[in-house]
Write a protein that binds this ligand. Structure first.
Ligand code: GLU
Length: 329
């Protein structure tokens, strides 16, 4: 379903090199092509990958790293595909970074065992749970989802994996829903407004184009995601925290909505060369003011928090090298 562009990029590198030899293209044999796995195009992962690549590609003549972005199914897909060596880097929720590194949290990760070569690069924006319901659905709290039609996240998303943890912690299974839909995120605002589902659940930075699309297309409410099970999850796990979706950000959400969430993190593996990750990190942090302007969800990012928060896997050597140069480690 999703193409493995790092494979295609390798092919492109070969073609460029051959063409370079006959003088028609300028890319040199030293060019390294990297692909970042992201998420659905109306989420925040996709523009995050785009922002990183934009800064990397500006300096590609000097450092030879060429960056491209792939739209994918999200966190779990990105981690699994990095593990398979078919993606170089990816954006992933902090909870699934933790679980992949430790071989915990979901059956496939337990079966595969700890992903010891997983490496953290930096963390990005906060990702609170957005639970968006039709205004006429009567849903006011996450516990009201029993018997409703809910999009719980597509297979391969961090969203679906975290839904299963939360709904399980609340004492439920998906059989307690009338429908547990698994559409990809970009399809959910249309499905909600066409009354095919009552609500969609997902973890995403704010503001997101997708939440805006839902809120401006039909009458929606942002639903509270709190209570005992959430408190317990936050108390037991460093990667969860309570959060709010600020009132006034989306139509239908005039007041703050209490919820909980994780952090978006940027990850890679030991298979990616130190200098490549170094150049990517340098492109972002040497141009940090530009980076923050590339998406409104980045407005409040602070460098120090990005290299200390929500990172469970060891730092990639190339990232650590840059942070040491800046005196941050
Ligand atoms: N956190 C979501 C996931 O991994 C993706 C969010 C986004 O695309 O911005 O499923």
């Amino acid at each position: 379903m999703f193409s493995t562009k790092s494979f295609g990029a390798g092919l492109a590198a070969t073609i460029f090199t051959l063409s370079g030899a006959i003088g028609s293209l300028t890319a040199s044999a030293a060019d390294t092509f990297v692909t970042i796995g992201t998420g659905g195009i109306t989420g925040v992962y996709y523009p995050t990958g785009g922002a990183i690549c934009r800064l990397v590609n500006k300096g590609r003549k000097e450092h030879g790293v060429r960056c491209s972005v792939e739209s994918t199914g999200g966190s779990v897909y990105n981690i699994n595909t990095i593990r398979a060596g078919e993606l170089d880097l990816g954006v992933a929720q902090s909870d699934w970074q933790y679980h992949a590194y430790n071989g915990t949290g979901k059956e496939a990760f337990i079966k595969a065992g700890p992903f010891e070569d997983l490496r953290a690069v930096f963390s990005v924006h906060a990702e609170p749970v957005s639970l968006v319901a039709r205004a006429d659905s009567g849903i006011k709290h996450i516990s009201d989802l029993v018997g409703k039609r809910v999009n719980i996240g597509n297979a391969g998303s961090g969203t679906e994996a975290t839904w299963n943890v939360l709904w399980g912690a609340m004492g439920h299974t998906n059989d307690d829903l009338k429908l547990a839909a698994q559409m990809k995120s970009s399809e959910t605002p249309g499905a909600l407004c066409d009354n095919k589902i009552d609500a969609f659940f997902w973890l995403v930075g704010n503001p997101s184009a997708l939440n805006k699309e839902a809120a401006t297309t039909c009458d929606v409410v942002f639903v509270e995601v709190n209570g005992e099970a959430v408190d317990q999850l936050v108390a037991d796990n460093a990667f969860y925290r309570t959060a709010t979706i600020p009132g006034g950000m989306y139509r239908g959400n005039d007041d703050d909505t209490p919820t909980f969430g994780v952090g978006a993190t940027f990850v890679s593996s030991t298979a990616v060369e130190e200098n490549v990750v170094y150049q990517i990190v340098k492109a972002v942090f040497d141009n940090f003011d530009d980076f923050k302007k590339l998406h409104p969800a980045f407005a409040h990012l602070k460098e120090s928090e990005m290299i200390s928060d929500a990172l469970s896997a060891p730092l990639h050597d190339g990232a650590a090298k840059y942070y040491k140069e800046r005196g941050w480690l």
